[in-house]
Design a protein around this ligand. Sequence first.
Ligand code: SF4
Ligand code: SF4
Length: 267
Amino acid sequence: MKKPPTRYTPIRIITLTAAFLLILITPYLNMHFHFSFIQGWFQSLSIGNLWFVSPLEGLESILTSRSIYGPLLVGMLIPILLALFLGRVFCSWICPISFLSELIDWIIKLITKKKFRPFGIKLSRRILWFALIGEILLALIIGAPIFVFLSPPGLVGREIMMVTLFKTVAIEGVVVIVVLLMHLVSKRMFCRYFCPLGALLALIGIKRRLVMKSDPDQCIECGICKKSCPLGLDPQKGENLSPYCWNCGKCSEVCKASALRFVWKDL
Ligand code: SF4
Ligand code: SF4
């Protein structure tokens, strides 16, 4: 008897929600309870003695300051290792932009009773690499780490901190609104084509150990995997093995033929 597919979505939504609550509650606890065990958000986050730095913000800071700060490298280590072994899982399981996009989809479904289906603008996936190159070049030209100030995943945390501590919002927060409006036009448009951090994580995870593997012998070619993939990837064409796949597990859970499953690749 075939094993029923693992339902990754509920676990992923719980993880996304927990990650969002972490950055939502932390500034409040810092301010009102002098709680300092956790500080920051998904740009630079400290938990006790552990420090996590977003690899792109870290890279930009190194390139624009032309100096290497040891603790910064250590802070980048865990996120880099995560991407190296598990691929772009920060995007699908942790990023606040993912959380907000899922929330929007859920609200739309609740109101309209239909699954959210935006128009769907198809561009070349390669644009993602140009977003990363353009971002780094721009930072080098102006000599400032611009992604530190304008990264949508980081801006969500910064805006929450601004509201909690200073009762105001920063103007850059408009970038988050634009990113979410883009999602309303075409599903995960910013993440698919324009996020430099997503691109860097995809690049680091190009040879990831955890991959979504398809079994062509089991596949009944129904195409439901492609329809359900948030990034529009087609596992029937092997795109689940491409650097763009962010290991969300959605295609596996909808596959009635159990033709898709996570496997741990040998070195
Ligand atoms: S692509 Fe960028 S915005 Fe989208 S989920 Fe990944 S880090 Fe977040
Ligand atoms: S191919 Fe599957 S695991 Fe990869 S992003 Fe699409 S749905 Fe998620």
